[in-house]
Design a protein around this ligand. Sequence first.
Ligand SMILES: [Mn+2]
Length: 365
Amino acid sequence: MNHFNRSLAFDPKSDTLCLAPGLASMEEAGAASESRIEAIRVEKLRIQQILEVLRQGERFLVCSHARPDGDAVGSMLAMGMLLEQLGKRADLVTADRIPNTHRGLPGAEGIRTAPRVHGSYDAVILLECDGLERTRLHGLEKFLLVNIDHHASGQQFGHLNWIDRDAASVGEMVYRLVKAAGGRVTPEMATCLYTTVLTDTGGFCYGSTQASTFALARELVLAGADPIRIAQNVYFSSPASKLLLLGAALGNLKREGRLAWLWVTQQDMVRTCAAEEDCEGVVNFALAVSGVEAAVFLRELPERRIRLSIRSKGRVNVAAIAGRLGGGGHKSAAGCTLEGPLARALDEILAQLRPSVALLTSDEG
Ligand SMILES: [Mn+2]
């Protein structure tokens, strides 16, 4: 039995009572329940429309954002496997190489890295992109675009758009697509999809972690994903350069009330022989400080611009803040790129964050 399919498990009465205890009146409860029913209706429609595109076409391009993370790589691979099961041809392309951590995923060797897309496709499946430019791939504009995303900053930029901001990962959405298509979740596919959930929830710590996330994890483990091997691969397989870089960043840790930040210079990157992917997760060490509600990791890029990773424990909407600075992301995990030098970028982000944390009342949370 599939414990995960939310539309099958949906019961309007129990849903209203369990998920919306703070509602003031029956009218509000009714409205919440109606919007939920509407959301499920739209999702069913989107899934059917996407499956129709997949069934009608022959050749597909599957891509995700530049600097691909676990969700990008895992959901691309699973989508490729679904297309293969449907008897279709799928090319998997990203602008940047697959990080070491995820290079061992089943089928990862088949992902091509290229700045431009050639060839003809019946559709392009874009996973985890809140805009075409996130792919940093050229040549996509002319194709039929299918956009599958779960970012708070998700945009209706495709011809077909399926955006579920409550999904723990885009991999979770691909899983729903596989089930709706009557596809088989193979051990290889389960491994890829479990990786998307584990990495996008930071090990079931944040993001959209909820009961259905564990139901999905359970389904994937039953389908053959090995949770211990995947966790070891994600958390205990770091190159030494990553930990040396973390040391440099921790040496720069600063705290101001509910804010904390740390940074690395380009010189730190060179000295520790760190790659871009070694910066992944560094920001969480600033967020780990007790009482801190929002944290920033700043990294000086080779051309002096500054890359920012912004995180919150859930009470500060960092997607909105990143959005104002030209970036985007999720409510509690977002990013943007600012002009240097480092001190100027730090001033700019602190000017945005200070009023947000000042709004938090001390008795809350
Ligand atoms: Mn994601």
